[in-house]
Design a protein around this ligand. Structure first.
Ligand code: NAD
Length: 343
């Protein structure tokens, strides 16, 4: 059993912890938090040992009557691998603690690529993380783009990608980012950070990305244009993408017209927290003009990186091959929203 410690138990950390619990080959040895809030209570009620991420704040947990198993050093020492899901920049600060204990660590997309030996997307470059000491799971948007570009590159070759990312202003719980009522080019000048981030997965890809922020919390939306090297037609591309286990092609008859109905569908399908691990691509948006492919995809920012973290745990500990890990993660989590529509 791989002993996993989660440092930072917020939006991403709590989902990764639950996903680890669903695996047969790994378990949670503890989670580290800074504040004795509702998420700390939830961690304790799930039976996780809770560690104080910052020693000086341990007394806050004592005052709140929340039992603490130890400090960060103790968690890092006990774990075979750490998943660091702290806010951007904290992971880089924590790296020295992981190094001091010789514990391999997985960071999130808010960290600079330099924090790790390699950036990671299971579909695109699982092997690069095998046996590494520090691995960074790329951001939600880069994960969504990497999953899409990987099969297109293999099947047709990609000459150029242009992607406009319409980004949610904040996660549902991020009250500090609101109230908001605006539409912001973000950043105003090209490129948004997403294009360079995709290059940490595919160094040779030619990609321009533009970003906008809108007052929404549910999901991100990508308007994608990919110039392919080889000829293709829309139906062929639909079939190619439908074969990918972490891409969900929304059928036209489903009547899913946006992020709101996607989230409703995920809740109806019994997904915990309404999570959607898959890229959601509108089947009828897939169009080809000459060598140019167009499509729309929605990305659930809070959860699409979760299966990638599980695979990164197996890669960094050299516990399974790419195919084995992806298959196991998919099966244990229940990947495949598209199955609902199969007869
Ligand atoms: P979050 O704020 O929801 O959770 C972070 C947690 O870490 C909080 O519980 C916070 O109290 C805790 N924390 C703060 N300082 C800490 C410290 N020193 N040690 C331990 N814990 C500490 O953040 P999040 O949205 O889960 O983001 C975590 C990482 O995942 C970031 O790198 C982010 O860029 C990345 N990410 C976020 C999203 C998203 O949409 N939320 C998507 C993909 C990747």
């Amino acid at each position: 059993m791989i002993q996993v410690g989660v440092v930072g138990y917020g939006t991403i950390g709590k989902r990764v912890a639950d996903a680890v619990v669903a695996q047969r080959d790994m378990e949670i040895v503890g989670v580290a938090k800074t504040s004795p809030n509702f998420e700390a209570e939830a961690a304790v009620s799930k039976g996780f040992d809770l560690y104080a991420a910052v020693e000086e704040r341990r007394e806050l947990f004592d005052e709140a009557g929340i039992p603490v198993a130890g400090d960060l050093d103790e968690l890092v020492d006990t774990a075979d691998v750490i998943v660091d899901a702290t806010p951007s920049g904290i992971g880089a600060q924590n790296r020295e603690v992981y190094e001091a204990h010789d514990t391999p660590a997985i960071y999130q997309g808010g960290e600079d690529a330099e924090v790790a030996d390699t950036s990671f997307n299971a579909r695109a470059n699982y092997e690069d993380a095998i046996g590494a000491d520090h691995v960074r799971v790329v951001s939600c948007n880069t994960t969504g783009l990497s999953r899409l570009l990987a099969p297109l590159r293999e099947e047709y070759g990609v000459e150029k990608s242009r992607v406009t990312l319409v980004r949610r202003g904040g996660d549902p719980g991020q009250t500090g980012r609101g109230p908001i009522d605006d539409i912001l080019p973000d950043p105003v000048s090209l490129p948004s950070h997403h294009g360079p981030d995709v290059k940490t997965i595919f160094p040779d890809v030619d990609i321009d990305t533009l970003g906008l922020k809108v007052p929404a919390t549910l999901m991100h939306m990508h308007s994608v244009n990919v110039t392919l090297e080889d000829d293709a037609d829309a139906e062929e591309i639909r079939e190619l993408l439908a074969e990918e286990s972490r891409l969900f092609l929304i059928p036209e008859y489903a009547g899913i017209d946006g992020a709101g109905k996607l989230k409703q569908f995920a809740l109806d399908a019994g997904r915990s927290r309404g999570d959607i691990w898959e890229n959601c691509i509108w089947g009828e948006s897939i169009a080809v003009r000459g060598n140019d492919l167009y499509l729309f995809q929605a990305i659930h920012q809070e959860s699409d990186v979760v299966p990638e973290n599980v695979d990164a745990i197996r890669a960094i500990t050299d516990a399974a091959s790419k195919a084995e890990s992806i298959a196991t993660t998919n099966e244990t989590l229940g990947m495949g929203l598209g199955r609902t529509f199969e007869r």
